[in-house]
Design a protein around this ligand. Structure first.
Ligand SMILES: [Zn+2]
Length: 58
């Protein structure tokens, strides 16, 4: 199961959770319990950023 990073819109804390891709339910902040959270795309293996370099993907 993939790990997703979420950021709380209320307290600003970031947390990672496991959840299936098909799940569209709101994620609750484990810190303050606020449900208005947004997915945060971490810079791991994601397009964008430095375009130069020798990336050897399949
Ligand atoms: Zn929060």
């Amino acid at each position: 199961m993939p790990t997703y990073s979420y950021g709380c819109q209320k307290c600003g804390s970031e947390f990672e959770i496991f959840r299936p891709m098909e799940s569209t339910e709101k994620v609750e902040c484990p810190i303050c319990g606020f449900t208005d959270t947004e997915r945060v795309y971490t810079s791991f293996n994601f397009m964008g950023g430095s375009g130069c370099g020798s990336s050897s993907f399949g």
